[in-house]
Design a binder for this molecule. Sequence first.
Ligand code: MN
Length: 719
Amino acid sequence: MMRQFELVEKVKSYKPEADEDAINRAYVFAMQMHGSQKRASGDPYFSHPIEVAGILTRYKVDSTTIVTALLHDTIEDTDATHEDIERLFGEETARLVDGVTKLTRINFDSDSAKQAENFRKFLLAMSEDIRALLVKLADRLHNMRTLHFKKNPESRQRIAMETMDIYAPLAERIGMDEIKTELEDLAFAELNSDARKSVVRRLEFLRTQGGDLVERIISELQAKMFEHDLIADIQGREKSPYSIWRKMQQHDVGFEQLSDIMAFRIIVDDIDDCYKALGIVHGAYRTVPGRFKDYISTPKPNGYRSLHTGVFGPENHRIELQIRTKEMHEIAESGVAAHWNYKEQGSVDAAKRDGPQYRWLRELLEILENASNPEEFLEHTKLEMFKDQVFAFTPRGDLISLPSGSTPVDFAYAVHSEVGDRCVGAKINGRMMPLRTSLRNGDQVEIVTSKAQTPSPTWDRFVVTGKARARIRRFIRMQEREQYQELGRSIIARAFKESGNELTEKGLRGIVKNFAQPSVEDLCAQVGAGHITARAVLEAVYPRLKTVDPSDKVVPISKTKQQKGERGDGVSIKGLIPGMAMHFAGCCHPLPGDRIVGIVHTGKGVTIHTIDCEQLAQFQEEPERWLDVAWDNAAGDDDSHHVARVTVTVNNTPGALGDLSTVIAKNGGNISNLKIIDRQVDFFDMYIDVEVKNVKHLSDVIAALRASTAVNVVERARG
Ligand code: MN
């Protein structure tokens, strides 16, 4: 642990005018306030703020920032108040400590009851004074360095993820490359330790293989510079395991030799020398196309400046080179801290605040104040790191970060799988909104759940996160299969019973191959979904039953019953010509009680249509073919059953088909066939052939279907 005097000496070494007294008082105050508190490592808690202050000395920050670092956890974790800090250390320090506390609260455990600040406050807190962010980053860095002491693996994961998603990009955004790299690598070790270990092992292997390759490259480059009288400091540095890993992921390549994972730097005195060095390198070696970038004439938004190039360098090794001045180098490593020097006693140099490194923050603040809506706000911020993310809050204030375009359903699944599955609606900022609404930054989202709800297939069309999608699809697949299976089995059973043939499991097992199905269950599901007819299954088991199209049954008319057509099951039609065959039309499925008409087909008999069948239009010009017929027993109150066809529009939700078949069965109907005609996002159209006694029976079934929540529209098919 760094001692009090060491810290003071370190600060004074780069800032002789530092407020020694304030640092000493802050040191003692923090030590007293944290008292006997302990870290997970077993160290006294107070070691943490000192380490954080120590990290910041590397960036030559002012004494106010050092004092803030020492005090940064006192408001959050001890009895100290804002007033105490203000009284003892002044308004500016109190405000900074507040800023760090605000940033800290954003990251609170999602199960913490404490209310997190909202996203706007997060941005505000960090843009108010960038020094708060510097302290927060140093705080996070020390916490990451000591992460392995934490016992709870979930909390380690959460912290590592947050570091990877928010803090490392933030560090990059303000140009603190060193901190960014270390944060990423520490997070990588937690999130994917196997991957990191394999990269490290490979690195070690290459180091033993490569010999003094790096030294040879450096000395050859050095010699080239020397030939041209250029004084340059040349460095060779291994990339971090994480950046190597990411490169491997992005480019789908491995690394064969050390030079693949080395970055070389040429550091010179001034900008002229940068271009001179570039000329020497390009003159001596073949360039790798597409690698040259001039960040000196066009700096990166975070203020980074350097020349980048890639060449087939010494011994024909492909190497990457950065050429920069000492000042550029310092800025690249330390970012905003390197040239954001505060005058002692606080006041910020307005001119310096306009530098490119914090212009984005200043602009952000202005937009925050002026933006009329959050969308405009985000559109104008141009924050790469937030561009593809959206931050929303639970009613308790927990921050949920999602990919942009996410909906309340994604949000619900991010909170918990169960919440997602049972989600029925969402209140966004207090208003009920459709589940397909895209969330916007800062939205507060309250998910309304119901135990009766299950994931809807329609959600699959608009969710963005993989977690939600995977969960929904899995559920639908299971549900659909079960439903279709059940439905198919009952349809098959019915078909067998009707034909008077025995249905056995063995019989079905014997023919699943005929339909290229892996199992009886799959076959039933196929029948339930309408892809295979029950008739086809029946005929496969009992091939002798093969007949013509069953929907247009040919019924010979009994010769003994003159003037009447009668089927074996007792249906009779008055007004038919003796000896003439009778069909019930497959288009309109006439039922006892329907007003009917016969159409004569020469040589084929009479087809019975309902009087309103659309197919009759084609016989309009041939009145001689029309035959006036009527039901003999219009009530159809005997035991006979007739197939009627209804078209149904069903909500495309799991359970809808089950509801449908239950409703029909409860009302004494039997489904003999069903086919999905069109499947849309929210609903599907299908027709169902249902066996009923008569028109009255059918209207009962239709009425019951209309009453079912699963069904949108039911109509009797009219041809
Ligand atoms: Mn801390």
